[in-house]
Design a protein around this ligand. Sequence first.
Ligand SMILES: Cc1cc2nc3c(=O)[nH]c(=O)nc-3n(C[C@H](O)[C@H](O)[C@H](O)COP(=O)(O)OP(=O)(O)OC[C@H]3O[C@@H](n4cnc5c(N)ncnc54)[C@H](O)[C@@H]3O)c2cc1C
Length: 500
Amino acid sequence: MTAKQTVTDVLIVGAGPTGLLLAGDLAAAGIRVTVLEKRGAESNLTRAFAVHARTLEMLDARGLADELIATGVPLGSLRLFNKLRIDLGSLPTRFPFVLITPQSNTERLLQERAVKAGATILRGAEVTGLRQDAEGVTIETVEDGATATHRARYAVGTDGVHSTVRDLLGIPFPGESVVNSVVLADVRLERAPDEVVTVGATDDGFAFLAPFGDGWYRVIAWDRHDRHPDGTPPPLERIAEITRNTIGEDYGLHDARWSSTFHSDERQAPNYRSGRVFLAGDAAHCHSPAGGQGMNTGLQDAANLSWKLAAALRGRATDALLDTYQTERHPVGKTVLRSSGALVRLALAHSAPTRALRGALTTVAEHLDVVTERGAKIISGIGIRYGAPKDAHPLVGRRVPDLRLTGLEQPREDGPAAPERLYEALRAGKFVLVSNDELSAADPWADRVVTAAPADPHGKLRDTVLLIRPDGYAAWAAVDPGRGELRAALAEWLGAPADA
Ligand SMILES: Cc1cc2nc3c(=O)[nH]c(=O)nc-3n(C[C@H](O)[C@H](O)[C@H](O)COP(=O)(O)OP(=O)(O)OC[C@H]3O[C@@H](n4cnc5c(N)ncnc54)[C@H](O)[C@@H]3O)c2cc1C
């Protein structure tokens, strides 16, 4: 009997949040995509609770933000140590908060979108082999005990910290373990805490409580004197004791339906690309959960890669565009490693000098708005910007805020009203060209760019023409460019026009 063989455009390994967002984007762009997932059933193992502002903007650009927000609780500030609170309320975004919602809610919405757009999700398919040649990638799986082969033009490993794809590519994952024996448990409480998320820390440990929204709570607890091998949690009474010691009360926690332990590593792959195969999400970087950055960073990796892969598959981009995935996202991963690492080290600080530093940082952060403002921009992802050529307009590479726009077309006659802001316009999955001038120069690219005028013709973009990438960053901008200059920029970013 010959082994089963499938052929598609992109194979994604791993149906976690990163893989699901990527699959949805590619399928929505009309690319054939199959997700290979070793687990037979959907995961109910929530890890992340925090969805930050930049991720919510990305989800808004996919029409999912409002639905996700309805599943959780928005918090206008984030408490990191006992005293340090980062204010998110003045962030320049439609989402000046962190959304507390279990990871399973984010995954459910992303999966529904991916399936609706036409992605195939193959569960019970464990990837065991990978090879590539000049034309594509061949992946071997074990499905129901039998081997199968899948072939595609490109593949992406979104298969988590212990990535098989990364190992099969021979890409190292250097780094170190930052904290061991952290206990996780899903419990009921006799008394609900006053705050949505409750955190507490002493010199000996910390605890964190967050709601699932259905009466269950996740408790994360750590005590420096406890040592447990991974997967063997202590009795519930010990978890309650750590919670009391660090938060001041245990809220009568009882009835653990699940508990485990984990160790947190800080690692990053030096290469996010090897030929036709890419790494994204935890497969490319992992860090401490402090600051709630992991899932957010993975989702933004996927949003950066998806439109580039779609353009390459349509023959509208050179291979160099695919290389920008590494040049743009690797430094972001490195920054997240540094910032979440600094947070966890300070939180766990035991020695007098580090404790003093924690005290100093806390004091500084409480008194200097500029520090908390910068911290808020880093943690929320709003401050992320990509590189730009030396002579480029200052907007290039920057995140474009949710501009008010006018002149956009209604997507369908019987569909929703015409978009009025940038992140609604981005739902078409295309570039957006914003200008006060007449935009007929873009007509030959009408299948891949949406055109609009700023709602305020006298505002900051009065004389500027701005081309925005599908992931909401500025690709190109110029003040009063000529028609020829604009067409050259469109050809560079969008490929040859349809009628060429
Ligand atoms: C305690 C804790 C709290 C956290 N809190 C936050 C938070 O608040 N905010 C935040 O942003 N992040 C948080 N994180 C991190 C976050 O959970 C991860 O960053 C996120 O799940 C990574 O998503 P991913 O899709 O890259 O990988 P994963 O979610 O790990 O998904 C990988 C998928 O690949 C599959 N897979 C693996 N190997 C194979 C194979 N060989 N073949 C086929 N399939 C395979 C797996 O079954 C899995 O479904 C937390 C993590 C922990 C441990």
